[in-house]
Ligand binder design. Structure first.
Ligand SMILES: Cc1cc2nc3c(=O)[nH]c(=O)nc-3n(C[C@H](O)[C@H](O)[C@H](O)COP(=O)(O)OP(=O)(O)OC[C@H]3O[C@@H](n4cnc5c(N)ncnc54)[C@H](O)[C@@H]3O)c2cc1C
Length: 474
């Protein structure tokens, strides 16, 4: 049965933290901020001023361009700013903030097809769909991202090896160009624009709405298992053994050396098949209150955290039924957790290295990180599968992906990052634009050789600081 959507249980919840230009309302950014202001990405590096212009209705764009004299310094649509680097920033330009263009438009319960405006967050989609027995087909490590943000980075989740990327589950969307052209894009309608916009970094046009195919569930619970491993070979053996399981991901200790090198916990899970409650999630209550002093995260605290985390799972194997919130979104429990890295912010490094070099590359890079003493607080290791992505510029490719965070200490973390970026390329890999603030134009253009074909789809008005950086003349 199809529903038109003003249902009482689809409520926008009130924010839990004070509003700031883009970090507040954390869960559902309903308040806009108009005027010149710093708009930071999740890594809070780099920091640029931009004029933030709210887009609240589908008809606001491109009408709003004229209000700002044609937006001569360029524009970029943005969502929740949960990208880490500068792919959601535009220095001295206009940021078209779409988070209050967030209405649910249509629900086809028979086929699990949800149509919503582009600024609706995955958290809001879960609030609506879980009580109806549906879940996201692909979920990142935070639910506070918008539908359009998830499309523009063609995000991946713990089930990439079986479900592919988010874009694989987008059946249609509307793309609006700055000249006013409106296009419906799907695998059969304007298919080249569909391919360019999925993973298209927000610069092919503004996505106003999209249809997402949801996945049926009967319970909030995840049948979870955690297994300790020691070393990359054990990780690979577990990956092979559990490749039929829907969700797999590993936490890896990057501080370990000797017998502790690349120790970690392989985490797997499936939606429980035993019917159980299907309620909305409670509001998160914890807020990281302020920027931590820059000393707070040093290699000693990170090593201590990693040791505690590893030994928290005292047994070699732990099995439990777990709610989906801690399984998918452990970090969302503490709002503003990025403040833990202090005012200067954090740098993410995430690679995808193809299978041919994945083992050697991963060992070499983990060695380099552990040798540097610049331990990463969060390190996530996962195997990507070979489900093709519909996006022309999508990041995932079959092989291994590793994601690490480093506190920004320019004299130390930048040289390390640059070494890791070079090593990634030597192993035939690439870096994830959604997480990047450092890769050079040469590195981007080598890793994404299709970038010039893609550039033909770029909207003349739209650009980002990321795009300007990685396409700069060399
Ligand atoms: C804790 C955490 C965990 C994460 N885990 C994962 C993970 O597991 N997998 C993964 O793939 N990513 C992950 N990410 C990254 C995140 O999912 C992506 O960066 C996502 O794109 C952010 O969405 P957003 O709504 O915040 O968009 P923003 O960061 O604001 O923008 C992202 C891109 O979307 C474009 N965009 C936004 N709105 C529109 C629009 N209406 N039309 C066209 N383009 C638009 C922007 O121009 C930009 O290029 C994680 C991030 C965090 C903070």
């Amino acid at each position: 049965m199809a529903t038109n959507v003003d249902t009482p249980d689809f409520q926008h919840r009130t924010p839990a933290a004070e509003p700031t230009p883009n970090s507040g309302p954390d869960q559902h950014a309903e308040v806009q901020y108009e005027g010149k202001a710093p708009f930071s990405s999740w890594g809070r590096y780099p920091n640029f001023n931009a004029t933030v212009v709210p887009i609240s209705w589908q008809s606001d764009y491109p009408a709003v361009i004229a209000k700002y004299d044609g937006m001569a310094s360029g524009a970029l649509p943005v969502g929740m700013g949960r990208s880490y680097g500068d792919s959601c920033l535009l220095k001295d330009g206009f940021l078209l903030q779409t988070t209050s263009m967030n209405r649910l438009l249509h629900w086809d319960a028979e086929n699990g097809l949800l149509t919503a405006e582009a600024g609706l967050t995955l958290a809001q989609i879960l609030d609506f769909c879980v009580p109806r027995g549906y879940f996201l087909p692909v979920s990142p490590g935070t639910k506070y991202v918008t539908l359009a943000g998830a499309i523009a980075n063609d995000i991946h989740g713990k089930n990439h090896h079986v479900a592919g990327t988010f874009g694989c589950h987008i059946t249609r969307f509307e793309l609006v160009r700055s000249d006013g052209t409106r296009m419906i894009c799907s695998p059969t309608e304007n298919p080249d624009w569909y391919a360019a916009t999925i993973g298209g970094l927000g610069i092919t046009g503004v996505i106003t709405w999209a249809t997402l195919r949801m996945k049926p569930i009967v319970s909030r619970l995840i049948d979870y298992e955690g297994i300790q491993f020691h070393g990359v070979d054990e990780f690979l053996a577990l990956t092979e053994q559990y490749k039929h399981v829907e969700y797999t991901v590993s936490w890896v200790d990057c501080t370990g050396t000797g017998k502790n090198f690349a120790r970690g916990i392989f985490m797997l899970g499936d939606h429980s098949k035993i019917p159980d409650k299907l309620t909305q999630s409670p509001e998160p209550k914890l807020v990281f209150p302020m920027d931590a002093p820059s000393m707070a995260l040093n290699s000693l605290t990170v090593t201590a955290f990693n040791t505690v985390f590893f030994h928290k799972q005292m047994k070699q194997r732990v099995r439990a039924l777990q709610d989906y919130e801690p399984f998918f979104y452990p970090l969302d429990k503490v709002l503003h957790w990025n403040r833990m890295y202090g005012k200067s912010g954090l740098l993410q490094y995430q690679y995808a290295i193809p299978w041919a070099n994945a083992r050697e590359g991963t060992i070499a890079i983990l060695n380099e990180v552990s040798k540097s003493g610049l331990a990463s607080f969060l390190a996530v290791l996962k195997a990507f599968g070979d489900v093709p992505s519909p996006g022309m510029m999508s990041f995932p490719q079959a092989g291994i992906t590793l994601a690490l965070d480093f506190p920004i200490k320019p004299e130390k973390s930048f040289p390390l990052f640059d070494r890791l970026a070079r090593m990634t390329l030597e192993f035939g890999g690439k870096l994830y634009p959604a997480k990047d603030a450092r890769m050079t134009a040469a590195q981007f253009q080598t890793a994404y050789p299709q970038w010039q074909d893609f550039a033909r789809y770029k909207d003349p008005l739209l650009t980002s600081s990321f795009w300007e950086r990685v396409t700069a003349q060399q």
